[in-house]
Ligand binder design. Structure first.
Ligand code: SAH
Ligand code: SF4
Length: 453
C-alpha cells in the first residue's frame, strides 16, 4: 500500500484533473462491484448499499461526504486508493436561451463536452417516450405550446396558423423559464419543468462523418461507464437538481438524457450500456434516455436484445447509399438496407417509435427527391424523423440548407405520413456545433479512420 495514501486527501501523483494517477474511481461501479469493494475491506454487505446510495442518490463528490460510513471506513477506502472519481466541469458557456455547454475534464486530463438544455431541445417529440408524451401533453405550459406550434405548424401550416403563431410568440416566450434566479447564477427559474442533458461517450470520434466537428478531433479513447454517467452527476450537482422529488424551485423532476454528445456510443457499447444501468440507479429511467448512433449494425443487433434499453435514434442523414457514403464513409461497411433491417429487429413498445435523425446539408441531401427517397425507405416502419439544420463549423465545407428547403422537406415527410420534427437549435450563440468548445482548447490530433472494409 502506498504510505502516502493514508489520509482521505491521498498523496499520490496528481494528474491533470487532480486525481491520483492510480486512483480507483467508485462512481460507475454496479452493486456487485461495490459489494466486492466493501467485502475486500472486511466490511458487511450493507455498507455497499450505503456507498451506492451516497454515489448515486446523494451524488457525493468526495469520500469525505459519505457520512453514512464511519470515518475509519472512509479512511480505509481512501487508503486503498478509492476515490469518488466524478469528472469535473472546467469550463462553461451559457446561452441566452438557457443552454449551458460544459467542458468536462476526466481523471487523465482528457476532456469532453456535456450540454445542459433546460426545457429540452424537442428531440424526444413523437418517439413515444415519457419525455415525448409529456411534451405533447403539456398544454398548460404556454412556452411549450408555442414552441410546439412553431415546430409543428410553421413549416407546413396554412398562413392563418402561421400568423397566429408568429403573433402570439413574442407575447408568450420571454423569460418564462430561462434565465437567472435569485438562488445564484446557475439556477433555474420557478416553473421550470424539465431539462435534457446531452452526454458524450468517447473522447473524439473515429467515425469521420464529413459534416461533424467531433470527427475532426479523431478518436482518443473510450469513456468508462463512470465517466459517461458521471457527466450527468456533475451537471445535476452544478444545477442543484434533485431527481424525482418534483418539489421546490431547484428540483425539476424530469431529466431526459440524450447520448448525442461527442463520440459513437455503439463503438463503446459495453460502457454505454453499463452507464445506462448506473443512470437508472440515479433515478433516471431508460424511457427518458435516447441513444443516437451513426449506424454500427452489430451493436444495433445487440441493442435489440437488451431487456432494458433507452430509445434509439439512427443518424440516417441521407436518402440513398451514394449520398450517405459521401457524407458518412461508414456506410461502406453497413449500408442503409443493413441498418434498417437491424433497426427493424428491435421490439418496440406500443407507443414507441424509432427516431431517424437527418442533418440537412444545403444542396446535398435537402431536395424534394431526397424527401421522396426517405419516405420510400421508412415506409411501413414505426418511424419518426428529426430534421436537424446543419450547424456550420470551421474547416467543414458544407452549406446550411435554405429555410424554404427545410420547410418543403418537412412538409413532404409529414404529407407522406411520417411524424417529423425540426430540432430547435439550442445555444447557437455560445458555440455553433457540438465539438467546438473542445476544439477551442485542443489542438486537433490526427484523424484516425476506422476500417470501412
Ligand atoms: N455519434 C452519434 C451521436 C453523436 S452525433 C451519431 O452520429 O448519431 C449526434 C447527432 O448530431 C447525429 O445525428 C449527427 O448526425 C448530428 N450532427 C453531427 N454534426 C452535426 C452538425 N455539424 N450539425 C448538425 N448536426 C450534426
Ligand atoms: Fe462521430 Fe456522430 Fe460525429 Fe459521426 S456524427 S463523427 S458518429 S460524433
Amino acid at each position: 500500500m502506498n504510505k502516502d495514501r493514508n489520509s482521505l486527501e491521498g498523496g499520490a501523483v496528481q494528474t491533470g484533473a487532480g486525481l491520483p494517477r492510480d486512483a480507483k474511481p467508485l462512481f460507475g461501479m454496479g452493486p456487485e462491484e461495490l459489494r466486492a469493494v466493501v467485502e475486500g475491506l472486511g466490511l458487511p454487505k450493507y455498507r455497499a448499499v450505503q456507498l451506492g446510495d451516497a454515489l448515486y442518490k446523494q451524488r457525493v463528490e468526495s469520500l469525505e461526504a459519505v457520512t453514512t460510513l464511519p470515518l475509519e471506513v472512509r479512511q480505509g477506502l481512501a487508503a486503498e486508493g478509492f476515490v469518488v472519481g466524478l469528472p469535473e466541469i472546467v469550463q462553461a458557456a451559457k446561452s441566452v436561451d438557457g443552454t449551458e455547454r460544459y467542458l468536462v475534464r476526466l481523471a487523465d486530463g482528457e476532456t469532453v463536452e456535456t450540454v445542459w438544455m433546460p426545457g429540452g431541445d424537442g428531440g424526444e417529440r413523437g418517439d413515444g417516450s415519457e419525455a415525448a408524451v409529456e411534451e405533447e401533453g403539456e398544454a398548460g405550459d404556454p412556452q411549450d405550446a408555442v414552441e410546439a406550434a412553431v415546430e409543428k405548424q410553421i413549416p407546413f401550416g396554412n398562413d392563418q396558423q402561421r400568423d397566429a403563431v408568429e403573433t402570439t410568440q413574442p407575447k408568450q416566450i420571454p423569460s418564462l423559464r430561462y434565465g437567472m434566479t435569485n438562488k445564484g447564477d446557475i439556477g433555474i427559474q420557478d416553473g421550470y419543468k424539465r431539462a435534457t442533458i446531452c452526454i458524450s461517450s468517447q473522447v473524439g470520434c473515429a467515425v469521420n462523418c464529413q459534416f461533424c466537428l467531433t470527427a475532426k478531433l479523431g478518436i482518443k479513447r473510450n469513456l468508462t461507464a463512470g465517466e459517461i454517467a458521471g457527466q450527468v452527476s456533475a451537471v445535476l450537482n452544478r444545477q442543484r437538481v434533485r431527481i424525482g422529488s418534483g418539489k421546490g424551485v431547484e428540483t425539476p423532476s424530469r431529466i431526459n438524457l440524450v447520448f448525442m454528445g461527442m463520440g459513437e456510443p455503439f463503438l463503446n457499447y459495453d460502457a454505454f450500456m453499463q452507464s445506462v444501468h448506473v443512470l437508472r440507479g440515479m433515478g433516471i429511467p431508460e424511457s427518458r434516455m435516447t441513444v443516437s448512433t451513426s449506424g454500427i449494425e452489430p451493436s444495433i443487433r445487440r441493442f435489440a436484445e437488451e431487456p432494458v434499453r433507452p430509445k434509439l435514434a439512427l443518424s440516417l442523414n441521407a436518402s440513398n447509399d451514394a449520398v450517405r457514403r459521401e457524407i458518412m464513409p461508414i456506410t461502406k461497411k453497413w449500408d442503409i438496407a443493413a441498418l434498417l433491417a437491424a433497426v427493424g429487429s428491435i421490439p418496440l413498445g406500443k407507443r414507441e417509435y424509432v427516431t431517424f435523425e437527418y442533418v440537412l446539408l444545403g444542396g446535398v441531401n435537402d431536395q424534394p427527391e431526397h424527401a421522396r427517397e426517405v419516405l420510400a425507405l421508412l415506409k411501413g416502419m414505426k418511424a419518426k424523423v428529426n430534421l436537424i439544420v446543419w450547424n456550420p463549423g470551421p474547416g467543414i465545407d458544407y452549406h446550411q440548407p435554405k429555410p424554404e428547403d427545410v420547410a418543403v422537406f418537412h412538409r413532404m415527410l409529414i404529407d407522406g405520413g411520417i411524424p417529423t420534427f425540426t430540432r430547435r437549435p439550442r445555444g447557437r450563440d455560445i458555440y455553433a456545433a457540438c465539438g467546438q468548445l473542445k476544439r477551442t482548447v485542443d489542438a486537433a490530433p490526427a484523424l484516425v479512420e476506422i476500417s470501412t472494409r
